[in-house]
Every structure is written in C-alpha cells, then in structure tokens.
Ligand binder design. Structure first.
Ligand SMILES: [Zn+2]
Length: 308
C-alpha cells in the first residue's frame, strides 16, 4: 500500500491521513509474534489503518496491542474503532488518559470547544473502549512484543499530562509522540507543540532530557517520521521550546492580547522555518499540528498559572 513504509527491524510507518492530508499523522506497526500498533490516528483514519494492517498480514485476531503516546485526537481518536476491529488487542495508555478512552464524552466536549465546526472534518468522533480492555501505564511500563522484545514506556508530560515515550528494546527506536515537537521531513523543520491546557516548560524540558538519557538510536515522530540524528534533534526541540516561551513571555509582558501576541511570535519565528517560506500546503501542515495560536495560547496559559 502506498501509505505503508518499511523502516527496518519489522517496523512499518503508516500514514494515517488525518482529514485526507498525506504525511502529517503517522502510526507505526511493530510486526512480530505480538504485533503492536503505536498511535491509531483519528477516528476517520481507522479504516485506512485497518487496510494497512491487512496489507501487512495482520488480521482481526492478530493484533496484540494498541498503544498511544497520548490521548489527543490526532493520536488516539481512532482507538474505539480500532479496538472494535481488533477484539483481541489490549489497549495501552497512560493512567491519566485511560478513563477518557473508556468514556470520551468530556474529551470530545472540550475538543468541540477548541475546534468547533472543524472537529468532525479533522478528527471525527472518538468511540468508547471497553474499560476491561484498557491497561493503564504508570511512570514506566512494558509492552511484550514477543520473542523477548519489549516496548518500554516512559512518562513524558509537558506537551500533555497523559504523554508517554516508548522505547523499543530491539531497534532502539523511541516513539516521541509530540513531546519533542513537530518535525517536517520535507524541510527538516522542527517546531514546538505547546497547546493548552497542560503545557509546562520545565516539565517539557525534563521530558526531552529523559529521552536523551534513554539513549535511543532513532526518533519516530508522530508528526512525522523517523529521524536518526538523535542528540542534535532533541537539542533543537529544547531550543525551540525556549525561543517560543521567551517570545511569548515578552509579548505578554508588553500587554499584548492573544491575537497580537500570536502575530508577534509568528513574525519573530518565521525565518526559523523553511516550511513557511515554501509552498502554502507545507505551511498549512505546520499550522494544523502546532499552530501558532495554539502554541502561544498554551504558553500564556502556563505563564498565567505559574507567574500570577
Ligand atoms: Zn499530535
């Protein structure tokens, strides 16, 4: 299938095609004795993901595990649908996200407030998952991939309080979710993802430091794809966070309202990203996944919480 890319070590990248876009939301299948899907994509992505798994030989009773790095809808919106397609799969998520997968009503209500009419088109509706099938992770946890291979989870809040990174014991791949920002393979750009209400700079930097300490061989971004220069990339992730926070702090101390703060930060960071100098479609991808309004609002929310 043209949305499946082998990455070596029995790992397959699946373009989950959020809202019909290519190359912005990735899921990953780790094939083996106990096949494991990392990230489902949105609810509307679920049939696309199922087709991809079928093409890789994974039938309805073959999928052992579905794990999500966090419960934002671009990562976990399809969990309910996928859990119905694959009745044998255990659903694994951090404990702070577990109840929202079992009962998505509050999560969907707050998403509706953020996204309004765009919600249906972008994400669809997260369906509930039988609570008995959900395994909640604490600060660390382990997923059995078969043949002695494991995926270990490491709590990594900062982007979201229910976020984990996942390290493959065989390949050294680290699934970073959104904790290291949003990476655009077309341009090599990396931009932070600092949405409300959970963003916290210190916590986010601690998570990036934890990722470095794990010594991964490769980073697998949910947005989007594999990156091999690990140290340099994680340093860039931290630098991006500091720059966006510094600029937002400055805008806030000048008394700018949100719209003007967004405009200022957007203008001052513009030259950092080749994507914004390129074609409009690539720039639009950035705005969808780590939009300046969402990033600046998340940073201001944190500043308001912490600095009074
Ligand atoms: Zn995301």
């Amino acid at each position: 299938m043209d949305n499946v890319t082998p990455l070596g070590a029995d790992v397959y990248e699946i373009d989950t095609r959020m809202a019909g876009y290519s190359g912005i939301t990735a899921g990953y299948l780790i094939l083996g004795d106990r096949p494991c899907l990392v990230e489902t994509g949105t609810s509307t992505s679920a049939p696309i993901v199922r087709d991809a798994l079928t093409s890789l030989g994974v039938g309805p009773d073959d999928l052992a595990t579905v794990v999500v790095t966090h419960i934002h809808l671009d990562h976990a919106g399809g969990v309910g649908d996928i859990s119905r397609f694959y009745p044998s799969a255990e659903i694994v998520v951090h404990e702070k996200g577990a109840r929202h997968l079992a009962d998505p009503s509050r999560l969907m209500a707050s998403a509706k407030m953020v996204w309004g009419d765009k919600l249906d088109v972008l994400f669809g509706t997260l369906a509930p998952t039988d609570a008995a099938r959900i395994r909640a992770l604490g600060d660390t946890g382990s997923i059995d991939l078969g043949n002695g291979r494991t995926l270990s989870s490491h709590y990594s809040p900062g982007h979201a309080k229910h976020h984990v990174g996942l390290l493959d014991s065989l390949s050294g791949d680290l699934y970073v979710g959104d904790a290291a920002g949003v990476y655009l393979p077309e341009t090599g750009d990396l931009r932070p993802a600092t949405p409300p209400p959970d963003f916290d700079l210190g916590v986010a930097l601690d998570s990036i430091a934890l990722f470095e300490a794990l010594g991964p061989q490769r980073l697998l971004f949910s947005h989007y794809g594999p990156v091999s220069n690990v140290t340099e990339t994680l340093e860039r992730s931290a630098e991006e966070l500091r720059i966006w926070v510094d600029l937002t702090r400055q805008a806030r101390s000048e008394g700018l309202d949100l719209d003007h703060a967004v405009a200022m930060v957007r203008e001052r960071t513009h030259e950092r990203y080749a994507a914004l100098r390129g074609d409009e479609a690539t720039a639009e991808q950035f705005e969808l996944l780590s939009g300046a309004p969402s990033n600046v609002a998340g940073i201001i929310h944190w500043l308001d919480r912490t600095s009074g």
